[in-house]
Ligand binder design. Structure first.
Ligand SMILES: [Zn+2]
Ligand SMILES: [Zn+2]
Ligand SMILES: [Zn+2]
Length: 59
């Protein structure tokens, strides 16, 4: 089993098997996958990736 790391640039969380996949990238949670709209927090409360406001996924 390979562990994937979330593709949210500031997130280091491991991506679970059931994680949402967007444009071929894997994210640990819906919040990361949708680029933290309204600073929606990561599924991991220890993770502060949503504070960085990286501007979202450009499609
Ligand atoms: Zn995170
Ligand atoms: Zn993440
Ligand atoms: Zn994130």
């Amino acid at each position: 089993m390979t562990q994937r790391i979330c593709d949210c640039p500031y997130c280091k969380c491991v991506v679970p098997e059931t994680a949402p996949e967007v444009n071929g990238k894997s994210y640990c949670c819906e919040a990361c996958a949708s680029a933290h709209p309204d600073s929606q927090p990561c599924q991991n409360s220890q993770c502060d990736c949503h504070h960085h406001g990286w501007g979202g996924i450009k499609t």
